[in-house]
Design a binder for this molecule. Structure first.
Ligand code: NDP
Length: 303
């Protein structure tokens, strides 16, 4: 049933920091919101602000056409909704419903889940939220989506309240592919930032003397390696002209970082992994090419 303002009801399943932020954004916009969480009590603030607590997952799904899931992984969705699906594609609890799963998992898990949902008569869209919970619903928030374009389009105005929707296509795996690839960059950068800070503080230098410059370095990277489209073209064309930053030179630097870390007594696993990429390129006889030749090495390792 729609709210007094005509806005459609939405159910949010999973009330970790992210689910709570989504429910908050939806409530703020005037949607009637029903919530459910495995551990009781996590919805207390939302209920105080007008959300309805569903007593069971079945009641939660029954309350709205659209259910947004925000869980640790896709297995949690099966554990919550599996018992309520019933055996009929037409009359089970999910029949005619729409599930938008914004939990993190692999692209393969997203594709399997889309088939599972279709088998129970539900529309399914998968997504990945690209900002931390406090930024949900605010300026700059964006979310990757993929799966049924028709289902996505029908609910796009509601999903827009979480963040700018970036729909990638019908393949349900695409949103998680983009999410994981972006998080690959993000998590590695965060680990490198902390590793580098540990190197600095091991020498008795305050972290604050280092971090502002290191963060500027991150934002300077596009100016150094070129616009993403140009870089993408060079990588896809397999062009790695070695006139500036060769794999050999970068590999020597990677080795210096490993040795500096060893000397400082700081963990060496991350710099050793980076050095290993350059070692492979050099061993393949490609040391005199540009550092971007690592792309060929990494691709080949995955093949
Ligand atoms: P969590 O990843 O810790 O998710 C917590 C939610 O999942 C809780 O509601 C928890 O229930 C539920 N849950 C986990 N396992 C099960 C299970 N087996 N059965 C039932 N419920 C289960 O916290 P977040 O809210 O931070 O993240 C949610 C999703 O959003 C994750 O996939 C995360 O990767 C993604 N995300 C999070 C961001 C963030 O900044 N927090 C940023 C971008 C994406 P219970 O309370 O009972 O433990």
């Amino acid at each position: 049933m729609s709210g007094a303002n005509g806005l459609s009801p939405v159910t949010v399943v999973g009330l970790g920091p992210m689910g709570q932020a989504m429910a908050t954004a939806l409530l703020r916009s005037g949607h009637p919101v029903t919530v459910w969480n495995r551990t009781a009590g996590r919805g207390a603030d939302l209920i105080a602000r007008g959300a309805t607590l569903a007593p069971t997952p079945a009641a939660a799904v029954a309350a709205s056409e659209l259910t947004i899931l925000s869980l640790t992984d896709y297995q949690a969705m099966y554990e919550i909704l599996g018992p309520v699906t019933g055996s009929s594609r037409r009359s089970g609890a999910l029949a005619g419903k729409v599930l938008v799963n914004l939990s993190s998992d692999t692209p393969a898990a997203s594709r399997e889940a889309a088939e599972w949902a279709a088998g129970h008569g539900a529309g399914f869209v998968t997504g990945g939220v690209m900002v931390p919970a406090p930024a949900v619903g605010g300026p700059g928030a964006y979310v990757f989506y993929s799966g049924s374009g028709t289902v996505f389009a029908a609910h796009e105005p509601t999903l827009r309240l979480i963040g700018e929707p970036r729909y990638l296509g019908e393949d349900p795996g695409l949103a998680q592919l983009f999410y994981q690839a972006n998080l690959d960059v993000f998590l590695t950068a965060l680990s490198s930032l902390l590793h580098a800070t540990a190197l600095i503080t091991a020498a008795g230098v305050p972290a604050a003397d280092f971090l502002p410059g290191a963060l500027n370095l991150l934002t300077d990277i596009p100016a150094m390696i070129g616009d993403g489209r140009d870089l993408g073209r060079l990588l896809e064309d397999g062009e790695h002209p070695g006139d500036l930053s060769t794999a050999q030179m970068m590999g020597a630097t990677a080795d210096h970082i490993v040795r500096t870390s060893e000397k400082a007594g700081v963990d060496t696993r991350l710099p050793k992994a980076v050095k290993a990429h350059y070692d492979l390129a050099i061993a393949a006889g490609r040391g005199t090419e540009n550092w971007t030749v690592l792309y060929e090495i990494l691709k080949a390792a995955a093949a």
